[in-house]
Design a protein around this ligand. Structure first.
Ligand code: ZN
Length: 198
């Protein structure tokens, strides 16, 4: 899938919103990507998963994603590569593998994330996998909205995304939108107070 094709899909679904948003990374931003709108058609989710798998030449044995946001894309990436899919989830704020998920030593793992802002959740999954003795082949994502050079994400593994999106993000204390009194929206959060999916 070409970037302009994905861009058109994102636009057609109204998946990119402008305003003042609290992101799950804790940063504030003027742009919010409602990625589930891009993935709500199963056929599209399948095509996007195939495109992510192709970014890494399907050179992996397992796909691992952080819950909840990346579950659909991680699953369809694994489907395209015909490998198994596991996910990590937060338990008392700490990313963990539960539900009996196991990794064999030296299994090659592709981490799949949905939208990367700081790379924080992906980095946590990478660290967790390394502890389990896995080999990280890379981190794949639907959208890279980090804005900076990819090396700065500190993932310690190749990072590739289907689409790069220009968006500003700030820690709340220096957010210019907070400073100008713009109402803050929390469109989808994994924080305990959040009610919607992220
Ligand atoms: Zn703000």
């Amino acid at each position: 899938m070409k970037p302009d094709e994905l861009e058109a899909m994102v636009a057609a679904r109204g998946a990119v919103r402008r305003g003042h948003f609290a992101l799950s990374s804790g940063l504030h931003s003027d742009v919010y990507v409602q990625k589930f709108r891009v993935l709500e058609q199963p056929q599209d989710a399948r095509r996007l998963g195939a495109a992510v798998a192709a970014l890494f030449d399907s050179g992996f044995d397992v796909v691992a994603s952080p819950a909840v946001g990346a579950l659909l894309l991680g699953f369809t990436t694994a489907l395209a590569a015909n490998v198994r899919f596991i996910f990590a989830e937060r338990v008392d704020g700490v990313m963990s593998f539960r539900r009996g998920f196991r990794l064999e030593p030296h299994e090659r793992v592709l981490v799949v994330e949905d939208v990367v802002t700081t790379g924080g959740s992906a980095a946590e999954v990478v660290a967790l996998l390394r502890l389990a003795g896995a080999r990280i082949e890379g981190v794949g994502a639907l959208i890279d909205r980090s804005g900076g050079p990819r090396a700065e994400l500190g993932l310690g593994a190749p990072f590739r995304a289907l689409l790069r999106l220009q968006a500003d993000a700030w820690p709340p204390e220096v957010c210019p939108l907070c400073a100008s009194g713009e109402p803050l929206e929390d469109p989808g959060s994994s924080r305990p107070s959040g009610k919607s999916l992220d």
